[in-house]
Write a protein that binds this ligand. Structure first.
Ligand SMILES: Cc1ncc(COP(=O)(O)O)c(C=O)c1O
Length: 436
C-alpha cells in the first residue's frame, strides 16, 4: 500500500478470548472434550432463562412499537426508569438526557474512545478487559498507558503508579476502571473510588466506570457505583443487560453521564458521542423496551440472587483448589464471574510441556506454541487445553505482562467445578515440574 493503513502497533492486536476458541474447535475435531472456561457468556454455560422473562420479551415482540426506530438516546420510558433508579441512591443526579443506549457496551466502548482526539489518553488498569484496551489503543495509535492491579494485594490498583502516570503524562484526560473487575473479580472499595475521584478532580480529568457487573457481587461485598462518590467530577458509567439478565445476544447497554454540564470540553465530547449514535439513528429497540418490566418483576431479585449464589460457590471452589499450588498467586473474587490467577515470578519457562497422547493434537499444539514470540502463559494455556480440554485464557492477553490465566466461574454443576479445578491444579503441578 502507498499509505500505511493502520496506526503503528495496532496491526497485530488480537482478541485472545476468541482466538483460543479456534484452537479449541480444532482440538474438538481431534476428539478432545472441551470445558469452556474462557468466555463470559452464561448462556453458553447452560443458563436457563426463566419463563417469566421470556414471556415479557415475547409480549413486547407482539407490540408494533418495539419494531420501530427509537429515540437516538434510547426509549424514553426506559431512560426514565433508569434515571429514577440512579437518582434514588442520592448520589449524582441525572435526567433521561444523560443516558444514551448502545448496541451492547462493545459499541459504547468503541464510541467512548473513538470520539476522543488521538492525543487525549485514557489511563487503563492492567490487566484489563481487552475491548477497552483495544478501543483506547486503536484511537490513540500507540501503546496503552496503565496502572497496575496488584495480584499481591488482592488485585487492588497501585494508587502510587496511578498518580505518577497522571503526573508524568499530561495527555491523560481520564481514568478508566471496571467495577467489579474483569478479569480479576476484584471489587473497588468506597475509599478507593473516593481516592480515584479525588485524583481526577485534582488533575482536571473525567472518570470512566464500567459497571456492567455492578449487581453481581458476593462474599458479603456490596458494590459502590461511581455515581455515589463522584461529587462534581465529570464521569461516564457503562451499564448493560448482557451479564445481569443475562442477555448478551440482545446487544444492549447504556452510558450514564454524570456532571455533563460541569465542563465545556466534556459537554462537547458527550455531544460528539451522541452525534455519532445519531449517525446510526438509534440502538436496537426491543431489549430496551423490556428493561423496566424485567427489572421490576417480583421474581427478578430472587433470580439474580440465585445466580450470584452459584458464582460465589463456584468462586470459592476454584479458589480452594488453586490456592494449594504454591507457585500461584490466587485471590478470592468478590464480584463478576472471572478469576485471574498469576504465576509467581520465574516459575514458567519455554521448556515446560504436558503429555499429549494423540499425535494430531500434540503436533497441532506444538506447532502453535513453538512459534516465535509466544508468551509462557500462552504456552501453558494451550498445553493445558490439549491435555485436559480445559479452555482458559492467558492473562498476558489482558494488556499485562503478568503471566497467568483467567477462568470464568459460570459452571453450573458444583461437582463438575470441583472436577475441573482439581484437574487444573494437578495439571499445573505437572506442567511446572516438567522443566528440562
Ligand atoms: C467489563 C466488560 N465491559 C463490557 C463488556 C461488553 O458487554 P456487552 O455484551 O454489553 O458488549 C464485557 C463483556 O464481557 C465486560 O466484561
Amino acid at each position: 500500500m502507498r499509505v500505511q493503513l493502520v496506526p503503528p502497533g495496532t496491526g497485530e492486536l488480537t482478541y485472545e478470548i476468541r482466538n483460543i476458541v479456534n484452537v479449541a474447535e480444532k482440538l474438538q475435531k481431534c476428539g478432545v472434550t472441551i470445558n469452556w472456561e474462557n468466555i463470559g457468556d452464561p448462556i453458553v454455560k447452560g443458563e436457563q432463562i426463566p419463563a417469566w422473562m421470556k414471556q415479557i420479551v415475547s409480549d413486547a415482540v407482539m407490540d408494533n412499537d418495539s419494531w420501530g426506530y427509537c429515540h437516538t438516546r434510547g426509549v424514553l420510558k426506559t431512560r426514565e426508569f433508569i434515571c429514577e433508579t440512579t437518582n434514588r441512591r442520592a448520589g449524582a443526579q441525572i435526567t433521561p438526557d444523560d443516558i444514551i443506549f448502545f448496541n451492547g457496551l462493545g459499541d459504547a466502548i468503541a464510541k467512548v474512545y473513538g470520539c476522543l482526539k488521538p492525543e487525549a489518553r485514557v489511563l487503563m488498569p492492567s490487566p484489563s478487559y481487552t475491548t477497552h484496551t483495544l478501543g483506547e489503543v486503536g484511537h490513540a495509535g500507540t501503546d496503552s498507558l496503565h496502572f497496575r492491579l496488584n495480584p499481591e494485594d488482592g488485585w487492588k490498583p497501585d494508587m502510587v503508579e496511578m498518580r505518577s502516570q497522571i503526573e508524568n503524562n499530561p495527555s491523560i484526560c481520564a481514568i478508566m476502571i471496571i467495577n467489579p473487575d474483569n478479569p480479576t473479580g476484584m471489587v473497588y472499595s468506597k475509599e478507593l473510588l473516593q481516592q480515584i475521584v479525588a485524583l481526577a478532580d485534582e488533575f482536571g480529568l473525567f472518570v470512566i466506570s464500567d459497571e456492567v457487573y455492578n449487581n453481581i457481587v458476593y462474599n458479603g461485598e456490596t458494590t459502590v457505583p461511581i455515581s455515589d462518590v463522584i461529587g462534581s467530577v465529570p464521569a461516564i458509567a457503562l451499564k448493560g443487560i448482557s451479564k445481569e439478565f443475562p442477555w448478551p445476544g440482545s446487544r444492549c447497554g447504556w452510558i450514564e453521564v454524570y456532571n455533563g454540564q460541569n465542563d465545556d470540553q466534556f459537554r462537547k465530547y458527550i455531544n460528539l458521542i451522541l452525534t455519532s449514535k445519531m449517525n446510526e439513528v438509534c440502538s436496537t429497540t426491543l431489549p430496551q423496551v423490556v428493561i423496566p418490566a424485567i427489572m421490576q418483576h417480583p421474581q427478578y431479585q430472587d433470580y439474580l440472587k440465585e445466580r450470584i449464589a452459584l458464582y460465589e460457590k463456584s468462586s470459592n471452589i476454584t479458589y480452594n483448589f488453586l490456592k494449594k499450588v504454591p507457585e500461584l498467586l490466587v485471590n478470592r473474587t468478590n464480584g463478576a464471574f472471572y478469576m485471574a490467577v498469576a504465576f509467581k515470578e520465574g516459575v514458567l519457562n519455554n521448556s515446560q510441556s504436558l503429555l499429549i497422547p494423540d499425535n494430531d493434537v500434540r503436533s497441532l499444539v506444538e506447532s502453535l506454541v513453538n512459534q516465535p514470540g509466544v508468551s509462557p502463559d500462552k504456552r501453558f494455556v494451550y498445553y493445558t487445553l490439549a491435555a485436559t480440554g480445559i479452555c482458559t485464557v492467558p492473562l498476558s492477553s489482558f494488556a499485562t505482562s503478568q503471566q497467568g490465566f483467567r477462568v470464568t466461574l459460570l459452571e453450573r454443576n458444583p461437582a463438575e467445578t470441583e472436577r475441573i479445578y482439581s484437574t487444573l491444579a494437578d495439571t499445573i503441578r505437572q506442567y511446572l515440574k516438567s522443566s528440562v
